[in-house]
Design a protein around this ligand. Structure first.
Ligand code: ADP
Ligand code: MG
Length: 292
């Protein structure tokens, strides 16, 4: 494409809220075969809400939630924010925690009132030798509804479960349909549980779900698709997504996302919905076609 046609293309796209970092990226959207979407904050609103609490028979709900709130108050994860808000909303006074530690992709731990409190995935419980018994089945039931369920352990014992749900953006399904019409394969990449991710994926028409990917491995998953000979565009919003955005042939950051993601990307989507993804692919193709 000539510089003028690219300028015209980027100008038109800017009106639509699609900001290319440079003209070369317009051209580069040509031939993209696979779109990889981050789940939380990209396909979904990224504003999870507390939905369910289950407590093991030896424990009391208020005590368990006060401990969970104490730990999660130290975490900056959107899941943590949802739990703290939900617990406070129940009128429960949150305890104080010490020795907080975040284990990216697995959960969090801290000491509350002398007891170690863990909140997170099955793997977190396994690696800490906490037996969850039949709780795994209840957890799976929440996950089939698209909720993210987290297990709670206090003093080395299974104490309960807490579930949050994040809703999909109203526009995600229609935007993914447009991507399909453009001949693109659409995958979703997340650190969340496989079943939760599949339930969300089904709601919006995702072709392929890649779940339970720890933050450091998101970029590797992009490389794997590239090794299959595919040209990949990655769309994300979080700090976690930055390496994957950089590795992808085209990185697209949601404009309301973190600065780190925006810096790593080639395109910023100001509108924050997935129609902009289809727009940018379409625009790149059109700009090229105009000069032929
Ligand atoms: P995503 O890619 O969806 O942002 P993450 O990689 O951040 O997911 O987290 C993966 C999983 O780790 C979560 O689904 C959750 O089970 C667990 N987890 C992460 N942060 C927390 C937290 N603050 N409290 C409890 N569990 C957490
Ligand atoms: Mg995200």
């Amino acid at each position: 494409a000539t510089p003028t046609s690219i300028m015209a293309g980027t100008g038109r796209s800017a009106e639509n809220g699609v900001l290319f970092k440079g003209g070369e990226h317009v051209e580069n959207t040509r031939g993209v075969q696979t779109i990889v979407l981050d789940k939380t904050g990209t396909v979904t609103k990224g504003e999870p809400e507390l939905t369910d609490v289950e407590v093991a028979s030896d424990f009391q709900e208020a005590t368990v939630l006060a401990a969970v709130g104490a730990v999660e108050k130290n975490s900056e994860h959107p899941l943590a924010e949802a739990m703290v808000k939900g617990i406070e909303g129940k009128g429960i006074a949150i305890d104080k925690a010490e020795d907080f530690e975040a284990i990216p992709g697995f959960g969090v731990r801290a000491v509350v009132g002398g007891d170690e409190v863990l909140v997170g995935t099955r793997k977190l419980m396994q690696t800490s030798s906490v037996t969850i018994e039949s709780a795994g089945e209840e957890m799976a039931a929440f996950e089939k509804e698209g909720k993210t369920a987290m297990l709670i352990a206090i003093g080395g014992k299974y104490a309960g479960m807490i579930a949050v749900a994040d809703t999909v953006k109203e526009t995600s399904k229609a935007a993914i349909k447009r991507m399909h019409e453009l001949g693109l394969e659409v995958a979703m990449l997340t650190g969340d549980n496989q079943q939760t991710a599949e339930a969300i994926g089904k709601q919006v028409g995702i072709d392929r779900v890649i779940a339970e990917v720890v933050p450091e491995q998101k970029a590797e998953e992009i490389q794997k698709i590239q090794e299959q000979g595919k040209k990949v565009a990655m769309v994300g919003d979080g700090i976690n997504d930055a390496p994957a955005l950089a590795v992808a042939d085209i990185g697209m950051a949601i404009g309301t996302g973190t600065d780190v993601a925006i810096e790593a990307a080639d395109i910023t989507l100001m509108r924050g919905d997935l129609h902009s993804v289809a727009d940018s692919i379409q625009l790149g193709t059109k700009t090229i076609r105009n000069v032929k």
